[in-house]
Design a protein around this ligand. Structure first.
Ligand code: NAP
Ligand code: F7E
Length: 354
């Protein structure tokens, strides 16, 4: 297929976890020209893309720069715009309130306005990376068993509040202007390419590089402990999340944009796992078990009678979201979306490749 016949996909946030998997997925379809927006940075931020660097086009830009977004969209006239760009760390959003709003709320508005004002509504479809964080503690307050497209949204962090603005603007642009703009309301998704300060990756990196001796022994019973081992410092142990693999999620993003009608979809595994269980599973993968003793801030996790996990209130948030689990039934029945990973194969991939 010549490059003229290919669909043009413009990805904001291409250098992040999802951006790299989405690029890989689109390239595998063989009919996409993939163009990604990267930020200027004092150090290289394209490490997740090195292996496909020669198959994609990268251009400098920033989603919070209105003129830049307009110029990029008018230059490339994309068939599909994926907005994955965000200040995506919930805990850090409490310290970066306005910045998070500028990027996560007003950034998507720049894209929507560009498509409308450049009269590209019949050409460009827009995917917005919405999040299960929009729901806040709705599971508990409304006594629900899982979260679907109709569950009430009560965000409890600056990140989620900014994302709620974008979510509603996407709906508004769809209803008011007939633009094909959709929200993927995604539960947590992880991988070996996850940012190092998200809890799953932090646990995997600790096990692999700070506690157990080497990957060579991974999966064998009685792996050795490192001589210079250091305990894991962790926040809320009993928060639960619905953890999927990012590879499954990016395929879902693409499917959402291929639908004949623009609609919002929840994607997730439908299975909740606590931070505590995630730690236990990672430790079990190395052939060991965790014994928990004490409670609250005094609780500790022991491996072979040695303190290995310490509760550290530095990782508590001003407002904690204690429980999230999604109901992806609509995506499964209407789009035929089916995830391939489960929590155990996700952990396996993370340990192998991190
Ligand atoms: P990520 O790894 O943090 O990637 C975020 C991307 O956005 C990076 O490429 C980052 O660039 C870019 N970015 C940040 N600020 C920008 C700006 N001002 N202009 C342009 N680009 C900017 O996040 P992710 O896990 O891939 O998630 C992708 C999207 O899904 C995010 O919007 C996130 O909020 C949302 N989401 C994620 C999850 C999840 O569990 N992963 C769940 C639901 C929703 P740098 O590389 O230069 O930092
Ligand atoms: O926290 C608890 C923490 O930072 C998960 C983003 O991709 O998913 C992500 O947001 C849970 C929370 O992810 C530590 O309190 C305990 O309950 O890995 P996380 P997140 O906040 O769920 C949503 C869907 C997004 O949209 C976001 O962009 O783990 N936790 N101890 C900890 N969390 C961190 N980071 N570090 C700890 O030491």
């Amino acid at each position: 297929m010549s490059s003229i016949d290919k669909k043009v996909a413009l990805i904001f946030g291409i250098t992040g976890q999802d951006g790299s998997y989405l690029s890989e997925y689109l390239l595998s379809l063989n009919n996409y020209r993939v163009i990604g927006i990267m930020r200027r940075s004092s150090s290289f931020n394209t490490g997740r893309l090195d292996y496909i660097r020669d198959k994609i086009e990268l251009v400098y830009g920033d989603i919070s720069d209105t003129a830049c977004v307009f110029e990029l969209i008018s230059k490339y006239v994309p068939d599909e715009i994926y907005n994955l760009a965000a200040q995506s760390h919930v805990a850090i959003s409490f310290q970066l309130e306005k910045y998070t709003m500028d990027v996560d709320a007003l950034g998507p508005l720049n894209i929507l306005q560009a498509v409308r004002l450049l009269n590209l509504k019949d050409k460009c479809k827009i995917y917005q990376a919405s999040t299960s964080e929009l729901y806040g503690n709705t599971l508990n307050t409304h006594h629900l068993t899982s979260l679907d497209e109709n569950s009430p949204m009560n965000p409890v962090s600056p990140y989620a509040i900014a994302k709620l603005y974008a979510y509603h603007m996407v709906r508004h642009y769809r209803d008011a202007f007939g633009i094909f703009a959709v929200n993927g309301i995604l539960q947590n998704h992880e991988s070996s390419r996850r940012g190092d300060n998200f809890v799953t990756k932090k646990i995997v990196l600790w096990a692999k590089y700070k506690w157990f001796s080497s990957l060579q022994n991974y999966g064998m019973k009685n792996d050795k402990l490192r001589v210079d081992r250091e305990p894991l410092h962790i926040g809320k142990l009993d928060s639960s999340r619905d953890w999927s693999h990012a590879k499954d999620m990016v395929k879902g993003m693409w499917m959402i944009l291929q639908s004949s009608t623009p609609e919002d979809y929840v994607l997730g595994s439908g299975v909740r796992t606590t931070v505590r269980t995630f730690i236990e599973k990672v430790v079990q993968a190395y052939g060991f078990t965790v014994e928990w003793k004490g409670s609250g801030l005094e609780e500790k996790g022991y491996i072979q009678n040695e303190v290995a996990i310490i509760i550290d209130p530095r990782y508590y948030r001003p407002n904690e979201l204690s429980d999230l689990v999604g109901n992806p039934e609509k995506a499964k029945t209407k789009l035929g979306w089916q995830p391939e990973y489960n929590i155990d194969t996700l952990i396996d991939e993370m340990i192998q490749n991190s």
